[in-house]
Write a protein that binds this ligand. Structure first.
Ligand code: ADP
Length: 424
């Protein structure tokens, strides 16, 4: 099996997002969690593989080392091109990792020029005259200027990236993009000959990103958000008809929620309101040594096997604050992650074959507990929320890993209602 394109993503949610984008473009796509090694097995017949790292806020040298390790592994699997996926709101601090990681990937590949686009038109991120917009506002006028970790106080991408690299950065403007693939290719070559290493291109629509993707097909390293990845994916002729994934049929369906985000709380409320079985985990009781996981499994065994169940630690802001005040933030999170990881393994052993996990950190805890290193990406239930397919020691598992604020309020019911119908 030979990959056609590889990707390193700078966080887990971004990994899912870009993997879903490659799949939308018609490529069979795998998602790998963390830096892979010789023992990491890819699902068969993939065209694309995304390695999801936690490098966005890591120190630059660590981000570079992990990204290079991922690139070497992707090359070994046959990928001729590597896409570096970063956030569609860029990373505007002068100490950001976008410059250092892109430079390192390019050095290793012997590449002298690359194309960038953080545009993500469906999410309102567009680039015009090199300025990044969030819907109708410049990035620097948007609420992201108050971001607690990376306040975005500049929108000029050439200036932002120049602060992160010693190499030259230049722009291909929208008028050039409008002239099509050849015009963009020629502009990239002209910039390269003038000593520019990083070329940022304007993009207002998905069509613009398709032009950029086609123009970037021969570049060893390409960088940006999920939109350019999709454009690039479309430029690859599909290797095989997009065969349906081997969806596990039968078995039970469950949601494990550890996210306290507003959207997840709404999704839980909808599930509860539909009269489906729900169980709230008592985190404080677990911290005193009570066998909360054992009690939850006993509860699970009594439920109607035809119905999806929801087990959640998710809490309202007040409840969360109370638990954190008593246990400390780190200990509370460790308790929750341990509980949900343990439950995930037992539920899969007991025959759960469709599992929806709510929460970024929670998803990490669950995949680790299940020993899952790589999944095949399937259809999206909502934008950026695909089903994925994994092998576990108990058999095939359909797994949906969702970041806290993703998905429509009825996602849990909709996604798992299908599971119930199909398993009958
Ligand atoms: P999101 O994607 O919404 O950020 P995460 O799973 O990444 O969700 O983060 C939620 C965090 O909240 C996790 O670290 C989890 O352990 C913690 N958490 C969830 N429920 C509780 C609770 N009842 N008390 C304390 N911490 C909790």
């Amino acid at each position: 099996m030979t990959l056609r394109i590889g990707c390193t993503a700078d966080d887990f949610t971004g990994g899912t997002d870009v993997a879903a984008a490659f799949r939308r473009s018609g490529l069979r796509t795998a998602l790998v969690f963390g830096v892979p090694d010789d023992t990491t097995v890819l699902p068969v017949d993939c065209d694309a593989a995304v390695v999801a790292l936690k490098s966005r806020s890591a120190p630059a040298d660590e981000a570079v080392a992990d990204s290079l390790a991922a690139q070497r592994w992707l090359w070994a699997k046959g990928a001729a091109q590597v896409y570096f996926k970063y956030c569609s709101t860029f990373d505007s601090t002068p100490r950001g990792n976008i410059g250092p990681v892109t430079d390192a990937l390019m050095d290793a590949a012997g590449a002298s020029v690359t194309l960038h686009s953080p545009a993500s038109p469906p999410n309102g991120r567009t680039v015009y005259q090199g300025h990044l917009f969030v819907h109708s506002q410049l990035l620097s006028d948007s609420p992201l200027r108050h971001h607690p970790l990376n306040p975005m106080t500049d929108s000029a991408l050439v200036r932002l990236l120049s602060a992160q690299t010693r190499h030259r950065v230049a722009l291909i403007d929208w008028a050039t993009v409008q002239r099509g693939v050849e015009a963009v290719r020629e502009a990239v070559v002209a910039h390269q000959q003038a000593g520019v290493r990083h070329v940022i291109a304007d993009a207002l629509t998905d069509d613009d990103l398709a032009v950029l993707g086609a123009a970037a097909l021969e570049l060893p390293v390409v960088a940006g958000a999920a939109g350019l990845a999709e454009g690039l994916g479309h430029a690859y002729p599909a290797a095989q008809p997009a065969a349906a994934e081997s969806v596990p049929h039968g078995g039970r369906a469950a949601v494990l929620a550890g996210s306290c985000s507003a959207r997840t709380l709404e999704q839980i409320a909808k599930f509860y309101a539909a009269g489906l079985p729900c169980l709230h985990l008592d985190v404080l009781a677990a911290a005193t040594g009570r066998d909360v996981a054992g009690e939850a499994l006993a509860w699970y065994d009594e439920q109607d096997p035809k119905l999806p169940v929801l087990v959640y630690a998710s809490a309202s802001p007040e409840e969360l604050a109370a638990v954190q005040a008593q246990l400390g933030v780190a200990e509370a999170a460790a308790q929750v992650e341990e509980l949900l990881g343990t439950l995930a393994s037992h539920l899969v052993e007991r025959g759960v074959r469709r599992l929806l996990v709510a929460g970024g950190e929670t998803s990490g805890a669950v995949t680790t507990a299940l020993g899952i290193r790589a999944v095949l990406v399937g259809e999206e239930a909502d934008p950026g929320v695909p089903w994925t397919y994994a092998d576990t020691k108990s058999g095939g598992l359909a797994l949906m890993l969702k970041s806290g604020n993703f998905g429509a309020p009825d996602l849990f019911i909709r996604a798992l209602a299908t599971a119930v119908v199909e398993s009958e």
